[in-house]
Design a protein around this ligand. Structure first.
Ligand code: COA
Length: 178
């Protein structure tokens, strides 16, 4: 497993781990909070799962050798999460997509960068994953700067892919060869 602790710009440390079913309530509360804070996520803060569904999902995710859900904690508080998703099909199993979110009060401290350091090490260590892909709202400049810093490049756009508060936005598709 990659290094799990990263020192932030303010001297604090973020520690990454894999949540299990015991973290389900905390995870749902976190997802509700970040969804309400940012218009850049598909998640708008509406909880889509019951506690039991989330427990089962996290338990299965923790066993996924090629990805799953990860969380980051500062001083024990859950302040970010990211997901690595692969296809169950052999023919596309080497492609992983990433999605991430950081609690707004922690933006700009280097947590997004720590997530990519960890996620890229994790993906490369599998020895199976070859490509990492993501999608980002075209006006999400902070996120795009982060992705470009780690080598992701735009490969195309979905026109009007996202509909947020009455406005359609393009989604930029970005790829990185691992
Ligand atoms: C996008 C997001 C994950 C970035 O996380 P973060 O912890 O703020 O990222 P970092 O502090 O590591 O900053 C990463 C890079 O963003 C850029 N950046 C930082 N502040 C910025 C700002 N105010 N404006 C534009 N770019 C900025 C810099 O290039 C920075 O790299 P540097 O620290 O080497 O200069 C976070 O803002 C977030 O969760 N946003 C809401 C949800 C979201 O948009 N998720 C992504 C959906 S695709």
């Amino acid at each position: 497993m990659p290094q799990a602790d990263y020192v932030l710009k303010d001297g604090r440390t973020v520690a990454f781990s894999r949540p299990g079913r015991e973290n389900a309530a905390e995870m749902l509360a976190f997802l509700s909070a970040v969804g309400k804070e940012s218009d850049f996520l598909l998640n708008d803060g509406t909880i889509m799962f019951t506690l039991g569904q989330e427990e089962d999902f996290l338990e299965a995710s923790a066993k996924d050798a090629l990805g799953g859900i990860f969380v980051g904690r500062v001083g024990g508080e859950l302040i970010c999460s990211f997901g690595l998703t692969t296809s169950p099909r052999e023919r596309a199993r080497h492609n992983v997509t990433i999605g991430l979110t950081v609690l707004k009060s922690y933006w700009g401290l280097g947590i997004g960068s720590a997530i990519f350091s960890y996620a890229l090490d994790f993906a490369r260590e599998t020895g199976i994953l070859k490509n990492m892909w993501l999608g980002v709202r075209a006006d999400n400049e902070r996120a795009i700067a982060l992705y470009e810093k780690f080598g992701f490049r735009e490969i195309g756009r979905h026109k009007n892919a996202l509909y947020v508060k009455g406005v359609y936005y393009d989604e930029i598709l970005m790829d990185l060869e691992l």
